[in-house]
Write a protein that binds this ligand. Structure first.
Ligand code: AGP
Length: 608
């Protein structure tokens, strides 16, 4: 998604802004631009394509400039062209603005401005905004931004500079994240802390309807109704090297191998072995409130939705609580039933996914308790929920989610165990679950050792045009996730299916050109899965099985077998997904795909 970086201080702004933009590249974008304040003039440079293109257009800029804003755009309204790229400036080129979000009423605003003599040059809603600010400008930049934003319906994160106000950045937020970074004699504004971490880890997160006036030595924040507020400065714990690739070829591979660590972090301080009850204070629910829950809805998108599907099996089995898992984009437009004693869990890595936030807000309108399972601290969802559990996976840079997925599943296991202990599990049963959970990070380390075997399988099948992924029970959602990983980074068509369901249609696809990945854990449905494997083999399908260590029988019936350690049946997804993540990664690399920034994808989908 779009990225915003702003700087005001006593150093050259250009290198700071450009390195900030590069830290945001992972979010996915298709054009970029920068506005620099030199002496008392405003210089705007924009380009379609990648940041390198923008750098070549800027050339060797050597004027003194300590103040500016920059932007990477992921096109929503208007093609990804240089003209539509941000920043947008007013006609006099005295005010420049960058914007994340969607202005729903931009046509009406365009009409309002055209009737008052403004000329609109681009297809973007953002240009409307800068002309609206100009329309309201009477000498006070912040006030003109405030008045303009009162006319806007929709979402925005904006940063505004003006040659009429050197040394000032005005930033405002409604539904699209913005954070202010505090340095000595300098300030930063960004849509994501990673753009400023190399300079400061002291930040203030803007809330919705807030406007900040930022100078090198000070900042002032008011609400859009002009009420002064003074939020506290927070310290971000993410270090810069967590953001760097750490020696791996791609962020995605680094993040796959980070999972033993991130899973330890997801459970850290939460395993209360004595009572056999995980410690999840962030839920902000007392034990009797947890015990009283009658129904759970889990809502999310994409990979997070797959994690939610796994959570359904865990909660229903451990707590005997009815759970339904809903695509957020569907839930928000249905007339869902939110009864009393229903709790909604919203799962999101970014905490900014528009569909998931909208579903969450719909539930809150019905008075439903909304709890978040989120990675990004300070994200909109993290701040709007009634409580929740951070997954502590650290910044996930690769667009294809891996470590966030397993940490979401880990947190769901903790929640399911807690609910189970509130309702029916004995201390010992809780302790057994916690012991199994404690072993997972080391078992993931063990599972990661299959990488060389997976690379060989990838080399055999990377030219396939289709893949089928099959799983049963709690490993059915893993089949869905394995298929999504493959298709989103290698562009091979892949489908995940319940193994038994294959007979009802997909079996027509099976031939010697169809690799079929089957998750075949030694569990109560193992024999059924073996029958499905036989059905595939009978049609010359190429079977790649993910199996339990020690199961030598399966090797006689498949083309390839990848072994993973044995664990509690409800925790097998944390291990069975590992070879599937690696398979997708290595196939994509062999196909020369852009693994960390796959085509058409964005890290955080903040549009409908
Ligand atoms: C995951 O690999 C995908 N990039 C995508 O499906 C993602 O999971 C989805 O957009 C939800 O994102 P969120 O977890 O940040 O809400």
């Amino acid at each position: 998604m779009c990225g915003i970086v702003g700087y005001v201080g006593r150093k050259q702004a250009l290198p700071i802004l450009m390195s900030g933009l590069k830290r945001l590249e992972y979010r996915g974008y298709d054009s970029a631009g920068i506005a620099l304040l030199t002496e008392n003039s405003l210089m705007v440079v924009k380009s379609a394509g990648k940041i390198a293109m923008l750098e070549s257009m800027i050339g060797d800029f050597n004027q003194r400039c300590e103040h500016g804003i920059a932007h990477t755009r992921w096109a929503t309204h208007g093609e990804p062209t240089q003209l539509n790229a941000h920043p947008h400036a007013d006609a006099a080129e005295e005010i420049a603005l960058v914007h994340n979000g969607i202005i729903e009423n931009f046509r009406a605003l365009r009409e309002f401005l055209v009737q008052r003599g403004f000329t609109i040059k681009t297809e973007t809603a953002t240009e409307i905004l800068v002309h609206l600010i100009r329309f309201h400008y009477r000498g006070d930049l912040t006030e003109s931004v405030r008045l303009a934003l009162t006319q806007v319906e929709g979402t925005y994160g904006v940063a505004v500079v003006s040659s009429l106000h050197p040394g000032t950045i005005v930033a405002a937020r409604m539904g699209s994240p913005l954070v202010i970074g505090h340095g000595d004699g300098e300030k930063f504004v960004a849509s994501d802390v990673s753009a400023m971490l190399e300079h400061t880890n002291r930040v203030v997160y803007l809330e919705d309807s807030e406007i900040a006036t930022v100078t090198a030595d000070d900042y002032k924040i008011t609400t859009i109704q002009n009420v002064q507020i003074s939020p506290s400065v927070e310290e971000v714990s993410w270090t810069l090297d967590e953001i760097e690739k750490g020696g791996y070829d791609h962020f995605m591979l680094k993040e796959i191998h980070e999972q033993p660590t991130t899973l330890r972090n997801a459970a850290r301080g939460r395993l209360n072995y004595e009572e056999g009850i995980p410690r999840l204070d962030g839920l902000n629910l007392q034990y009797d409130e947890l015990r009283n829950i009658k129904r759970i809805i889990i809502t999310a998108c994409g990979t997070s939705w797959h994690a939610g599907m796994i959570g359904e099996y865990m909660v229903e089995e451990l707590a005997r609580l009815p759970v339904e898992v809903e695509y957020a984009s569907e839930l928000r437009y249905r007339t869902p039933i939110f009864e009393d004693r229903t709790v909604l869990f919203a799962i999101s890595q970014s905490g900014e996914t528009t569909d998931t936030m909208a579903a969450m807000r719909e539930a809150r309108k019905h008075g439903t308790t909304v709890l978040g399972i989120v990675n990004v601290v300070g994200s909109t969802m993290a701040r709007e929920t009634d409580g929740g559990v951070f997954i502590h996976a650290g910044p996930e840079i690769g667009v294809a989610s891996t470590k966030a997925f397993t940490s979401q599943v880990m947190v769901l296991a903790l929640i399911a165990t807690t609910l189970g202990r509130m309702r029916r599990l004995s201390v010992q049963q809780g302790q057994e679950m916690i012991q199994s959970i404690e072993k997972i990070p080391a078992q993931v380390e063990q599972a990661l050792k299959v990488e060389d075997a997976v690379k060989k399988i990838a080399a055999k099948y990377y030219k396939a045009n289709n893949f089928l992924y099959l799983g049963r029970g709690i490993n059915f959602p893993v089949a869905l996730e394995g298929a999504l990983k493959l298709k989103e980074i290698s562009y091979i068509h892949a489908e995940g299916y319940p193994a038994a369901e294959m007979k009802h249609g997909p079996i027509a696809l099976i031939d010697e050109n169809m690799p079929v990945v089957v998750i075949a854990m030694k569990d109560p449905v193992y024999d059924k899965v073996m029958s499905n494997i036989a059905e595939v083999r009978a049609r010359n399908g190429q079977v790649i099985a993910v199996a339990t260590e020690g199961d030598t029988e399966i090797a006689k019936h498949v083309n390839h077998v990848i072994y993973i350690p044995e664990t509690n049946r409800l925790l097998t997804p944390l291990l069975s997904i590992i070879p599937l993540q690696l398979l997708a990664y290595h196939i994509a690399v062999l196909r020369g795909c852009h693994v960390d920034q796959p085509r058409n994808l964005a890290k955080s989908v903040t549009v409908e």
